[in-house]
Design a protein around this ligand. Structure first.
Ligand code: NAI
Length: 777
């Protein structure tokens, strides 16, 4: 027999991992679990079975938490929070370190339990899920230690409600729990109903790690329990799951003041250029779409391959598919395990069977007769608009199409409502680094895929949600600015009067759209009076159409985001210079509008312009080292078009202090000026006109905040809305933003505009994109 023949006839022998330890742990709890509240397990209530999807057998009974359970968990977390925060960074670091150690010491127990409950191959839970969860706690023990010195101006939020999905049960727990605890918050966590066991084991072992009572609480059950957590009296909701539920949560939390992060679905492109290392790209695809049976939010589920190599690439891919092994997830020789539940299996089957386009290739591996298994599937020749090209399948199904040029690849890649991740394969680093910034995605992997690390921020843009998990950037979502909160914002009423015009020359204050002064569409304006009843002029009343025109102008100025920070700094300095030249005039205008303080307000406005000119070329992101051959560049990119409702007070400073950070960091703006005192903003048009600000980068409207806010918040081409208005606009802005899941910052407390809070603005004005590149040995 030749060696070749030996290789060809050799087959894998099954190498199953024993389930006995994991089953013994379940048995030690009587096979029935209540929630974990205030440091101990509560008595099981009404329960439902959690099953092994590979066999259909019931593993344990899990409690469907009641409202009273959730209330008790929240009360325990509330009571524990001040003590946990007061433990200090070092004290918390020790506890997080102990958690990491326990995850390490019990790693096999966690891996087996995860595989039993979720159906993922033991190779993955053993080599990926559990080690990444450990690393997350180690890394965040470090953030706890460093919080006081490195984030001295940040404070914990309080109690965090966290709702997680079933695809990476323990890893998603780690992503949520580690940063929350590190920053001094306490947690009420709801795992997904299919996969609660590792969260319960984690809670059980937290007692051994010295986590104080009430710091971590776990309530189990279905979406109804998720809803209870979302409605509970907590300061933050962190959610990972489907875009549909993310949207419901956005609406449910609107106006409640709860901080919110959403990590939602995706349909991530996997782009293969003709010069790629084809074997590596095929191997990468196995990890991109067949990892965890394709039940990965950032799965490379849309293959885009350059036309010239497409057929050869498909051939290689099919031959690799022919060798994939599907079966018992506890077998270490298995590539593809079970889909999480028969319900998910039915969803995948329905979506794929409804498709009539293209050609379907199904891996020929034998499928176990029982359990929820779906074969690796490739569908080629789909049109970009085909529903399988657009909809998240969340299963081991790859859809593919071809492109001719890099520009077309980018266009196809971005042709989706999602923006979670993207993968680029090419041996040409120039091409990869040219394409990476053009992809609408929160994560870009170059010549690699599905790489994660606690140091590298992860999260999406567009309908893939907002907020980042991991890295320094992820901590922002679990902290707030420290110090005393401002007063609750209230509308400042406009002055009224009956007097005559102070200026005999009747100046009409128009709107400022696309670099030009424009009459309001509706043809209405209102009289603006001074504090003593003098008529100062008329301000236009903008309507929905004016908003639409301004957004269109802003989107036509997209190239602003591609200018250099240096160029933007020059323009901000120039704005300051031109404002300075007219400072007396602006000071008089402000005194006329509000009664006093004009000179100081102009001075602060000048400083603010300088400060953001200073930042414009310094918000560069950073490089995060990962403990393997790669580095993740955490690049800061502009958010896009930002709608801003300016504060009522400080007619000039309120405009400048919100506009300047946005444009300094490459965004376009649609600003609605102070409602009671609009005329300083209208005078500012001339400063803009003389300062080389490209048309469309700054658009200014005047009018009713209450009327204009819903249009801005609902507009699908607006990427973020900020409000500092005195009107109570948070409920409407946050609810309307659910349409395209735009980012919102609806402030309900007054701020000291003379004090720098640069970090909040830098975070709000940028999206972090993690670009993973091979680096080092
Ligand atoms: P889901 O989004 O319904 O569930 C995720 C979590 O949210 C679970 O813990 C669930 O109990 C909870 N939940 C459900 N409804 C809720 C509500 N109204 N309020 C608060 N919490 C609620 O995801 P599901 O149904 O398990 O899967 C459906 C589809 O969602 C999948 O086919 C896949 O396309 C997508 N999905 C995406 C994930 C991602 O990581 N992006 C993860 C899981 C699912």
């Amino acid at each position: 027999m030749t060696i070749k023949e030996i290789f060809e006839t050799m087959d894998y022998g099954p190498a199953p991992e024993s389930a006995s330890e994991a089953l013994a742990w379940i048995a030690s709890h009587g096979g029935r679990f209540g929630g974990f509240i205030d440091g101990s397990f509560s008595e099981p209530g009404e329960t439902f079975p959690t099953k092994n999807p590979a066999t259909g057998e019931t593993l344990a009974e899990i409690t469907q938490a009641t409202q009273a359970d959730v209330d008790r968990a929240v009360a325990a977390a509330r009571k524990a929070q001040p003590g946990w925060a007061a433990l200090g960074g070092h004290g918390r670091a020790k506890v997080l370190y102990a958690i990491a150690r326990i995850l390490q010491k019990q790693s096999r127990l966690f891996a087996v339990l995860e595989t039993l409950d979720n159906g993922k191959p033991i190779r993955e839970s053993r080599d990926i899920d559990i080690p990444l969860a450990q690393r997350h706690f180690y890394h965040h023990a470090g953030y706890a230690e460093l919080m006081e010195t490195q984030l001295p101006d940040r404070a914990p939020l309080g109690v965090c409600g966290q709702v997680i999905p079933w695809n990476f049960p323990l890893l998603m727990l780690a992503w949520k729990v580690a940063p929350a605890l590190a920053m001094g918050n306490t947690v009420v966590l709801k795992p997904a109903e299919y996969t609660s066991l590792t969260a319960l084991l984690f809670a059980d072992l937290c007692r051994q790690a010295g986590v104080p009572k009430g710091v971590l609480n776990v309530v189990t059950g279905d979406g109804a329990v998720g809803e209870m957590v979302v409605r509970a009296d907590v300061e933050k909701i962190a959610f990972t799951g489907s875009t549909a539920v993310g949207r419901i949560i956005r609406e449910a939390t609107a106006g409640t003041g709860k901080s919110l992060t959403l990590e939602l679905g995706g349909k991530s492109p996997y782009i293969v250029f003709d010069d790629a290392d084809m074997d590596s790209a095929v191997e990468g695809l196995v990890d991109a779409i067949w990892f965890n049976q394709g039940q990965v939010c950032c799965a490379g589920s849309r293959l885009l391959v350059q036309e010239g190599v497409a057929n050869a690439f498909y051939r290689k891919l099919k031959s690799r598919m022919d060798r994939l092994r599907i079966g018992d997830p506890l077998d270490k020789a298995i590539d593809i395990g079970a889909v999480v539940d028969p319900v998910q299996l039915a969803t995948i089957t329905r979506l794929v069977d409804a498709n009539t386009e293209g050609e379907r290739y199904v891996a020929p591996c034998p499928i176990p007769a029982t359990g929820s298994f779906y074969p690796p599937t490739l569908i080629t020749g789909l049109s970009p608009a085909a529903s399988l090209m657009q909809e998240e399948i969340f299963g081991p199904v790859l859809v593919a199409t071809t492109f001719r040029t890099p520009a077309e690849a980018v266009e196809l890649a971005n042709n989706t409502r999602y923006g979670l991740a993207a993968t680029v394969w090419t041996e040409n680093i120039n091409l990869a680094l040219d394409v990476a910034p053009k992809l609408a995605a929160g994560v870009v992997w170059i010549n690699g895929t599905n790489m994660f690390d606690a140091a590298a921020p992860f999260g999406g843009v567009r309908e893939s949600g907002f907020g980042r998990e991991g890295g320094w950037e992820g901590l922002a979502a679990y902290t707030k600015a420290g110090g005393k909160p401002g007063e609750a914002l209230k509308p400042i009423p406009a002055f009224t009067g009956e007097g005559e015009a102070t200026d005999p020359l009747d100046r009409t204050h128009k709107l400022y759209i696309g670099g030009k002064q424009a009459r309001p569409d509706g043809g209405y304006s209102r009289a603006v009076w001074g504090p003593k009843g003098a008529l100062l002029g008329h301000a236009s009343l903008a309507n929905r159409k004016d908003i639409r025109n301004a957004v269109e102008a802003a989107n036509a100025a997209k190239s602003w985001g591609r200018t250099t920070g240096h160029a933007r700094a020059q323009i901000l300095y120039f704005l300051a210079e031109n404002l300075s030249a007219r400072s007396d005039e602006f000071a008089r205008r402000i005194d006329g509008l509000t009664g006093s303080g004009g000179a100081q307000e102009v001075e602060h406005s000048l400083r603010t312009l300088f400060r953001w000119a200073a930042w414009a070329d310094k918000v560069d992101g950073r490089a995060a080292g990962a403990p393997f051959r790669g580095v993740a560049l955490a690049m800061r990119e502009p958010v896009g078009t930002i709608g801003i409702l300016c504060p009522d007070a400080f007619p000039l400073l309120g405009l400048v202090a919100t506009m300047a950070p946005a444009i300094a960091l490459g965004n376009r703006t649609v600003l609605v000026a102070s409602e009671p005192f609009p005329l300083a903003a209208t005078d500012f048009y001339q400063v803009l006109e003389t300062s080389d600000v490209p048309g469309g980068v700054v658009n200014i409207l005047t009018g009713s905040h209450k009327e204009l806010a819903p249009t801005l918040a609902a507009h699908l081409d607006v990427d973020a809305v900020w409000s500092f208005s005195g009107q109570p606009l948070a409920p409407v802005i946050e609810a309307k933003s659910a349409g395209n899941l735009k980012r919102t910052w609806a402030e309900t407390r007054s701020r000291d505009w003379t004090r720098a809070d640069d970090r909040s603005f830098i975070d709000a004005a940028t999206e972090v994109k993690s670009v993973w590149i091979p680096y080092g040995e």
